[in-house]
Design a protein around this ligand. Sequence first.
Ligand code: FES
Ligand SMILES: [Fe+2]
Length: 364
Amino acid sequence: MKKLSEHVASQLQEFNVTLPVDEATMPPATWYTDTDFLKAELDLVFRNTWQPIMRRDQINGVNTYKSGTVGKIPWVVTRGPDHKLRAFYNICRHKGREVVCKDGTSKSGELVCGYHGWSFGIDGQLKSAPQIGGIKNFKKENTGLVPMAICEWGHWIFVNGDVDATPISEDLSDLNKQLINRNWERLQYHSHKYWTINCNWKAYIDNYLDGGYHIPHMHPTLDAQLKMDSYQTDCFPKYSIQTSGGASARIGAGSIYAWIYPNFMINLYGNCLDINYVIPINEDQCQVYYEFYFHDLDGEEQKSLIGKSIKQADITQVEDIEICESVQKGLQSGAYIAGRYAPGLEKGEHHFHLLLCKDLSNSK
Ligand code: FES
Ligand SMILES: [Fe+2]
């Protein structure tokens, strides 16, 4: 297990995990501004948690593969002739190049590294390594691609560097029930977009988890669509759910805002679903990936509703970006003194800070 640096360990100690939300003080600014803190999060949190990497409908054919990176981790997912999905670190066992750099289908059923031609089966086993004649003490069977855990849940495929991780569906069983009651698996993918935000990834999550505290102040059009007096937050071991009654056709009977530790958010309201998936770029910059889903994609009336719904999501997102970038300035000023939580509202945020702190501290 990796050890935390003294520097990061002392920043963790500034946050007292034993205090309940009504007595606790928020984490210090350095959690949001320090490069070493982010390095620890990438190594110890992002590597060992379920990360949604693509939709299930994006890898269908036999011998197809797709690759990408989460934080610092290059991954490749394959679908074998047995239709089984497998995930590996996309790191060649020779010299560490990414084995595949593009997505595709392999006619030979092999992934061939473009650097020196080592080839790996779709199951990760090393098949051949050109010109290594004379090599001693080399075991081909121990030189396959290093596996990652993989699982499917909802519309997505997730990977996790911790091969012993509990499947995400087990972690989320209560949330799953609520989503199934709202027919979420029948929703259809419509579109996606990326936003780059000049704030630490946690500033974005904190804003999402403040129990609707900022909504009346920062989102006047969204505020008018929700019944804020019904807003509530429920915390579970690895996720939290914020719910609100609806006061508009777009929100319908109400909305569910689910956050899954550490960085995946699912928003279900009316006939729409959108997700926000936030990943760090630097300690003061992150990228948020949005996907939109609707029950029905066809018909002029529906297309117009979709257009309006995405426009409203964009308005809310732009308002949130303004908040998060401004908060980041305050955190970076060197003059921020850690604040207090509004106990009745910000318990989801406190829950996030506890989970993160405990996760990082357990690695000591
Ligand atoms: S790094 Fe892949 S074959 Fe050399
Ligand atoms: Fe917001």
